[in-house]
Design a protein around this ligand. Structure first.
Ligand code: NAP
Length: 257
């Protein structure tokens, strides 16, 4: 395939340039994994920041323009935005391109994208299990994925050779790669990631509610335990709202457990 060699792509497009997108861009730059990094996002401000950080070769608010000619398109935005993004970009995807994402939840996303993906485009979902509570393009760093799991979830529209290419790519970003189906992914992640965030949000919210109701500045006396929870609870609430909505069955089951 012209444009794609093992772990290297001529043109990579990142849709969304927050913590995960910018971390991918930093590492792609550092390791020379792409000839061109195209970036599109929701706001001009984030695109300007990407330019200032030197992690984009071209930026545009026009998603179709951004994905045109891309060998690898990586969706790095909250999972609730995927439907509209796919509808917009589908006609502009190049034959032979690979489309992936970095979303934290899989079952609904897999079906949604499978439905919209054009023929001759490979759709393989990715989930780098790596993150911090920070958001936005300035929060990314090249070491984010180092020795962290990245789970690949192939679809009916994944070609084996593309799964291999994507595996290789994530390995070059520093990840340890495993393959899992969407059902197992969402079950496993509900306990390893989603439940800890649910508990953290609830503890932080309870502390704030008590502070308001009883007028006790209890947060001032935070012990290490509450501090750790508030750090996790500082994560992007939109992203986590989407994850809890999309994985509510498994998360509810884990609460019962
Ligand atoms: P983030 O820092 O908040 O960045 C989100 C990015 O998505 C921003 O660049 C934002 O654009 C862009 N965006 C939002 N709506 C968009 C739209 N409609 N079209 C195009 N771009 C849009 O979030 P993140 O932490 O990188 O998370 C991104 C994805 O990674 C999520 O799906 C999440 O589930 C997954 N993930 C996150 C973590 C983590 O710990 N944070 C770990 C693993 C996977 P603007 O900045 O221009 O508004």
């Amino acid at each position: 395939m012209v444009g794609i060699k093992a772990g290297h792509f001529d043109r990579i497009t990142l849709v969304g340039i927050g913590l995960i997108g910018s971390s991918v861009a930093h590492m792609v730059r550092q390791k020379g994994l792409a000839g061109h990094i195209a970036v599109t996002s929701r706001s001009q401000e984030s695109l300007d920041t990407a330019c200032r950080l030197g992690i984009a070769d071209s930026v545009t608010l026009d998603q179709c323009e951004a994905v045109t000619g891309a060998d690898l398109v990586m969706i790095c935005s909250p999972v609730s935005t995927y439907g509209a993004i796919m509808e917009t970009i589908a006609p502009s995807l190049k034959t032979g391109a690979i489309v992936t994402d970095v979303g934290s939840v899989k079952q609904k996303v897999m079906l949604l994208i499978e439905k919209n993906i054009p023929r001759n485009v490979s759709w393989i979902s990715s989930h780098p299990i790596a993150g911090t509570e920070e958001s936005g393009p300035e929060s990314g760093f090249s070491e984010l994925f180092k020795n962290k799991w990245c789970i690949l979830t192939p679809s009916k529209k994944s070609k084996n050779k593309d799964i291999k290419l994507l595996k290789n790519f994530w390995k070059k970003l520093g990840s340890v790669v495993d393959v899992m189906d969407a059902k197992k992914h969402d079950y496993v992640l509900s306990i390893t990631s989603h439940m800890p965030h649910l508990i953290a949000y609830n503890i932080a919210n309870t502390a704030l509610t008590i502070k308001k109701k009883k007028d006790h500045n209890i947060i001032k006396y935070s012990a290490g335990g509450l501090r750790d929870f508030t750090r996790i609870a500082a994560s992007n609430p939109i992203m986590w709202r989407d994850i809890f909505i999309q994985n509510r069955e498994n998360t509810s089951e884990m609460i019962d457990e």
